[in-house]
Design a protein around this ligand. Structure first.
Ligand code: CDP
Length: 223
């Protein structure tokens, strides 16, 4: 595939900023293969929970990584908030991160036939996994807006929680993600920072597409 026409988009940002929704929309518009890398960390956490392991046990986390296969990424329980928190605990282990790195890079360099490229969303995609990606987006929003969005999402899935509980959990997870020594959450220098506070999905997609078009003016688009 021609390197200049092969699209690589990274989308990073904190919990509930709308990375997944934006990445899924961009994947559809630009015909890209999409990997939500948070699912990898969540799948490790779920495996540990199922076998009664402690999320702080590094050896157990590494064992769970080695057992991962692609079927593990489609389990609906991965979206539970407890799994999100567990994922952020095991995500601090450098050994776990490096064991998952090859899978992510391999995904990025092998798009399915007919796709124009790839889009990956997570925390460290632009900085660590694909630092050479030409198109990096960092999505953010105020903690209150992010907690409100997550609450709505959970209510739609008939999962009960409160704004206060979600906000507290999100701030705890953000701190862990931002303060960890390895691959802390922060934007790459050349990332487009997209603050989605006060924007609806259509505005967010429009701004992001404008940026993608500036990097890949020849891209074919589905509307
Ligand atoms: O959907 P949400 O933003 O709430 O979380 P997620 O993207 O599914 O990620 C769950 C957790 O996995 C995050 O809080 C991070 O600690 C970790 N993660 C990571 O460290 N690196 C990634 N590339 C993706 C997720």
């Amino acid at each position: 595939m021609d390197k200049t026409s092969f699209i690589i988009i990274t989308v990073d940002g904190p919990a509930g900023a709308g990375k997944g929704t934006l990445a899924a929309r961009l994947a559809q518009i630009y015909s890209l293969d999409f990997l939500d890398t948070g699912l990898l960390y969540r799948a490790v956490a779920l495996k540990m929970l199922e076998s009664g392991e402690d999320f702080n046990d590094k050896e157990a986390a590494l064992r769970a990584v080695l057992l991962l296969n692609s079927d593990d990424l489609i389990n609906p329980s991965l979206r539970n908030e407890a799994i999100g928190s567990g994922a952020s605990i095991i995500a601090v282990f450098p050994e776990v991160r490096s064991a998952l790195l090859a899978f992510q890079r391999n995904f990025a360099s092998n798009p399915s036939p007919g796709k124009q490229g790839v889009i990956l969303d997570g925390r460290d995609i632009g900085l660590v996994i694909l630092p050479e990606a030409p198109c990096k987006i960092f999505v953010t929003a105020s903690p209150e807006v992010r907690a409100e969005r997550r609450l709505k999402e959970l209510h739609q899935k008939k999962i009960y929680s409160t704004f206060e509980l979600i906000l507290e959990d999100m701030e705890e997870r953000d701190t862990r993600d931002r303060m960890r020594k390895i691959s802390p959450l922060r934007p790459a220098k050349d990332a487009f920072i997209l603050d989605t506070t006060g924007l609806n999905l259509q505005d967010v997609v429009e701004k992001a597409s404008f940026f993608v078009d500036s990097i890949y003016p020849q891209a074919h688009k589905n509307q």
